[in-house]
Ligand binder design. Structure first.
Ligand code: UDP
Ligand code: MG
Length: 313
């Protein structure tokens, strides 16, 4: 689309990746050096690594003028690291990828191709996930589906942060100042033309996952909290259901005392139904309060009201 050369920024976070850093950078640079009509800016975000990652990166930065290392002052986590990289990127197009070769650099040309033919976002969808435990695959798959059901934003399933974004999309992300950043949701939220690219996700090249259970739960919570207020409406809805059951119970008790059905223990029904009724009232109003809080939350996120897309040159 752009006349002349494209500036491609590659953003990749690393936290204690001494075992895979070299292999990743070799493969990445091999791929980007083959790209025609493209200048490249490689931004590696060192997310407070405590191992030799920093030294390895420094030696690469000395050898390649197109490789820059952003060193965070401590471990801020994957999402913050990606954000740091994307915000520093100057390219016409930015690709975010993990640095353990699970996001294969050989997909870069296909992503660029889709961008050139009109996509603003190209997100990589995992067809298969090799080398990951059944537990991780199961929970990830269930989570993505739950999130899709809960959220009004069309967040694609089985998609990590491996994606290409146009400059316009990056600027849109910059206009979202929220602190709890669930990037894959935010990119979906900004709109534009988003296209999937399917791939088989291979095993981590070396080392173990840097996503502890705690980090995964934090990320999952950020996704649901940032992109859904459905749980609050579920509270209100279940309150109404419980109230309905209490009313049906009331009718049954009245009828059975009028017509003498069964042998009811006196006093039981009134207590049970009163407890149910007030539980329902509380549930409904907790939901209502929650909905107000969610509106306050929406205001504090300060997302833009709308984003205008520029016509493509
Ligand atoms: N990562 C990071 N900071 C963290 C955790 C992970 O920068 O606190 C990086 C990590 O180096 C890798 C990417 O984020 O490049 C994804 O992490 P990982 O491969 O461990 O996650 P998984 O593929 O197991 O979900
Ligand atoms: Mg990985």
């Amino acid at each position: 689309m752009n006349s002349g050369r494209t500036l491609l920024s590659i953003v990749s976070p690393m936290w204690n990746e001494e075992e895979s850093a070299d292999a990743f950078l070799q493969e990445l640079t091999r791929q980007v050096d083959l790209l025609p009509d493209t200048d490249v800016e490689i931004l590696i975000v060192n997310d407070g690594s405590a191992d030799r990652t920093g030294e390895i990166l420094d030696s690469w930065a000395q050898r390649r003028s197109d490789l820059t290392v952003l060193s965070l002052s401590r471990n801020f986590g994957h999402q913050a690291a990606i954000t740091a990289g994307v915000f520093s990127a100057t390219g016409d197009v930015v690709i975010v990828m993990d640095s353990d070769l699970q996001d294969p650099p050989e997909l870069i040309p296909a992503m660029l191709e889709k961008w050139r033919s009109g996509a603003d976002v190209v997100y990589a969808v995992r067809k298969e996930r090799r080398g990951e435990s059944a537990f991780k695959r199961g929970t990830a798959s269930a989570y993505y589906r739950l999130l899709r059901w809960m959220s009004d934003t069309d967040i694609p399933a089985d998609t990590g942060d491996f994606r290409l974004m146009s400059r316009e999309v990056v600027e849109a992300l910059r206009s979202m100042p929220e602190r709890d950043r669930y990037m894959r949701g935010m990119v979906a939220w900004v709109g534009f033309t988003q296209e999937p690219l399917y791939f088989d996700r291979s095993e981590r090249f070396a080392g173990t996952t840097k996503y502890s259970m705690k980090k995964m739960i934090k990320l999952g919570t950020a996704g649901i909290l940032g992109f859904s207020d459905k749980p609050l409406y579920l509270a209100v809805a279940s309150g109404f259901i419980v109230m309905g059951v209490a009313f049906l119970g009331l009718i049954w008790v009245l009828l059975s005392s009028i017509f003498g059905w069964g042998d009811l223990v006196r006093g039981w029904a009134s207590i049970a139904l009163i407890v149910m009724f007030f539980a329902a009232v509380q549930l409904i109003f907790l939901g209502v309060i929650g909905i107000y809080i969610s509106h306050v939350f929406t205001e504090t996120k300060q997302r833009p009201l709308f984003i205008i897309r520029n016509p493509r040159q």
